[in-house]
Design a protein around this ligand. Structure first.
Ligand code: GUN
Length: 298
């Protein structure tokens, strides 16, 4: 069993991005600029946005954090996005999800110009991804693919089972694993809560050469649900109570790691697996949008 070390890989990717930014700024270009918008004070969202801003500093990007109380109106947020779309000094815009219930996620995500859509959540980017056209890929599934590629894990013709059908992870993950590009051309099976309710989850997970789990249910995947020699990618980030920890909680994934790891060829730890890769891919997306906006080839 080998750990898929997202922390190390993400650090390597950040070094590569930092070197490129140094090169570009030395040639007289401005820094890439990411704007992160956070509405409300969801503790997990606050942590994620803070990590994204910290990562921007690490690689030499400019970043702007826009924090708003959860009673702002949808119209206010749409106006903000409109002015950021028109700002030539902004390369990437992200609105941290989830949003408060009175603000339409779809309206907000569709208001971000596709060429500023660093999360790849705009229908234009999703449509282009489905068609295999150049587009911005959502950072978490893009990070999983990058991991598989860098660890030389074969995907072509392999059975990839994806558990979870969210717009952020599960659905784009299935599209990317089945698409015709490096890390793709797998035979994909998509499972969800109804697979579980029908009692069929283990039937599918046991077929997986590559199992990607993104449900938010701690310990969903047990040792007897995984095939010998599988690659297991745990996208879950769950806070569970832990009084022995000074924070009062600890982070666990969706996979019962101690049971599953001995059966695997490769497995991601939580924390230190997919999470850091998401951040690295967000930086990579920002850099790509920046280069496109400035007309820089590479
Ligand atoms: N909430 C959970 N994951 C994400 C993500 O990748 N991007 C944004 N904007 N919000 C999220």
């Amino acid at each position: 069993m080998e750990l898929l070390d997202g922390k190390k890989l993400s650090s390597d990717l950040k070094d590569e991005i930092q070197a490129e930014v140094r090169h570009l700024t030395a040639a007289g270009h401005r820094k890439p600029h990411l704007v992160a918008i956070l509405v409300g004070n969801n503790p997990a969202s606050m942590t994620y946005v803070a990590s994204k801003v910290k990562a921007c500093n690490r690689v030499g990007f400019a970043s702007t954090e826009m924090l708003y109380p959860d009673d702002i109106t949808e119209a206010f947020l749409l106006r903000k996005i409109g002015s950021l779309n028109a700002d030539p000094d902004v390369d990437g815009i992200l609105v941290q999800l989830p949003l408060p219930a009175h603000i339409s996620e779809n309206k907000v995500l569709e208001a971000i110009a596709p060429e500023r859509d660093v999360d790849g959540f705009h229908p234009v980017n999703i449509g282009r991804m489905v068609k295999g056209l150049p587009s911005t890929w959502p950072a978490t599934p893009a990070g999983v693919l990058e991991m598989l590629i860098r660890y030389k894990i074969e995907t072509v013709g392999k059975v990839a089972v994806i558990i979870g059908k969210s717009n952020i992870v599960g659905t784009p993950m299935r599209i990317l694993l089945s698409g015709d590009h490096p890390g793709g051309n797998a035979t994909t099976i998509s499972c969800d809560i109804y697979t579980s309710k029908a009692g069929n989850l283990a039937h599918f997970t046991r077929q997986a050469d590559i199992l990607v789990v993104a449900t938010g249910v701690p310990n969903l995947i047990r040792g007897d649900m995984v095939k010998e020699g599988a690659t297991v990618v745990d996208v879950g980030i769950n806070r569970i109570e832990d009084k022995s920890n000074t924070k009062g909680y600890k982070i666990v994934g969706d996979v019962a790691f101690d049971e599953v790891a001995p059966k695997c060829s490769y497995i991601t730890p939580v924390p230190g697996g997919v999470g850091p890769m998401t951040i690295a891919m967000l930086l990579q997306n920002t850099l790509k949008l920046y280069k496109k906006q400035l007309g820089i080839d590479s």
